[in-house]
Design a protein around this ligand. Sequence first.
Ligand code: ZN
Ligand code: ZN
Ligand code: FE
Length: 756
Amino acid sequence: MRQRCVIAVEGIVQGVGFRPFVHGLAVERNLAGRVWNDTQGVRIELEGESAQIDGFLRELRHRPPPLAQISDLRSEFSKAVGTKSFVIDSSREGERRAPQIAADAATCSECLRELFDPADRRYLYPFLNCTHCGPRMTIVQDVPYDRSKTTMAGFPMCGACRAEYEDPADRRFHAQPTACPECGPRLSIRGSSWEEMDGDPLDRTLRALREGRIVAVKGLGGYHLACDAENEEGVARLRMRKRREAKPFAIMVTDLDVAGALCRLGQVERQSLSSPRRPIMLLKRRDGCRIAPSVAPGQRELGLMLPYTPLHHLLARGFGSPMVMTSGNRSDQPTLADDDEAREELSGVADLFLTHDRPIEIRCDDSVTRITRGVEVPLRRSRGFAPQPLTLPFEAKRPILATGGDLKACFGLVQGRHAFLSHHIGDLAELSTYRDFGKAVAHYQRLFGIEPEIVAHDMHPGYHSTDFAESLDGVGRIAVQHHHAHIAACMADNGVAGPVIGVAFDGTGYGLDGSIWGGEFLVADYSAFERIGYLRPVLLPGGDRAVRQPWRSAAAHLHTASLLEAGEELFAGRVAGAEWRLVAQMLQRKVGCVETSSMGRLFDAVAALLGLADEALFEAQAAMALEAAADERENGSSRIRVIEQNGAILWDARTIIKSVLEDRRHGDATPLIAARFHNSIAEAIVTVCRLARRRHDIGTIALSGGTFQNAMLADRTAERLSEDGFSVLLHRQVPCNDGGLCLGQAAVAAHALTED
Ligand code: ZN
Ligand code: ZN
Ligand code: FE
């Protein structure tokens, strides 16, 4: 029977090759009608045999174009009116003002084939792309998404590219960044002082890499610093030139086979590594892998990624072995994306610049992910993810901006049930990063047409993200406690309503009482929380300085356990005697100390006691060293002590500190002690959660906060809780660290509006 069907599709369906795809599908099934973009997304009218229409709908639902994300698809059947052919209505009238801009996507397989096909007109062209791949978010300047409003505006299309762009059946139909060697961007090679050099840019780059030199490479969202990952001298030089940089460097490898030779890969890892998002994945390295020691000192994991632009493919294949590809910046700053800034900042770091003339509109760092309990979880949600929206479990009645935290800054804009989370912006204590933050907020507001009426922010009065929230006029403000935001983020991430028992463990978060929290047990839903338990607070000598000097945390925990004398001996030779005695005095007299229940500092303390970290050059360095040292086969743990005081459950870490010292005295190996410590934390969580379940009759546990970036801890805790009959929520879509805070703040604010 012939029928007519009108279909409305919502989600990321514009600018991703949706209409040519629909055209192909309709023609294949002998269906007449038309397809066009409207303010809600894409509309389709079909006419033909009902069996064919059903098939069309099935196909559309289950196999949409690679970059499309359908959030809603509605169809309505009626009588046929006798339409004969299928057309793409390419009028751009009525397109929504704020389309859902897609994330940047890795080179697709068809483009990759063209890149290495000597007969193709784009053979070896480093900027080829199509509607299924290439730059999006990083080149968009304004909406509607159109070439003239991207950084491709300065490259008028040649006749051949134009013909493809206008052909509805071509895979480059309306591909805004499409380009070829005739009309598109070009590579250039420059010396360390940015002087233009002769010769083929790619050849010169490959030669320099083989000689162990450092090359700054302009990519999709910014510059990378590249060098030979097997050349220890070269990698060490890079580390030195980046200034006190201690963080592990990421590595780019040609393909999954090379990745599999370096690290252990399962099916999920393979899928994630080769997805269009192409994140850096943290993977267990194989014994005897030839990567230079300076790439990831002291780590058992390597951060690997596959090439995601045609230029990367040319480099990786040409070079033939693993390359370091770390963000082009000095120490902790965000990736540099602007050519002038790169020239200025990197001229003392890079020997050469491999650059090009397509400007980057928004800088965007690589994303970092890891598999936790079979699921890919972002630790840094950036390129390839942003700005794809998440769906909130309920609708926000008014548009919201959530400003997130200060470290790993990331903000969110909410309209209805859509939460658009920004790329990773960096540390707001840097003035330039704070400025970027403001610019990025304005940019996202324009792109998505969202004018926030409510601003949600952290309760910390000293946060720059709080300053930012307070600088906005004419908006309502909602302050959300740090750990409540972590737990709300985990709930929203999993689409649950609560209440849950939230375990929020991190380094620092501003508490309701003005002290530093970080080892918190909350009973929480979106509307409120109660702090039902916490790590028994210790006095931390020197406040913020303790973050960089883990031995101060050790002193704090030793002092609490009345073991400060043992510390003097333990740290002799590692900490100056005078400095140790000063800290001991501060603790005894309670001056210059802050009270904290921070879990991060407990990890620091134990790492320092085991001699794994005398200094922390970046956040969580000591905790990472402790995890890397732990022997996963060890199942032992220490005694857990939990007391009840004024109605709250206090977990006392003194028993744990004591057994670390005892084990050391017995001469137990560090990997065993480190593992027992992890097991003890997991055990303590289970103990407190059991008590809480009895009192509050809640069986769902949400695990959040930066401490749970520790895979061993997250795994063991989730396993032990599940064995005990709890249902466990871990993050899936946003980081458990402060990069995920904005989602929790947004959810709390959106929920508050529903109660108005
Ligand atoms: Zn492509
Ligand atoms: Zn062209
Ligand atoms: Fe936090």
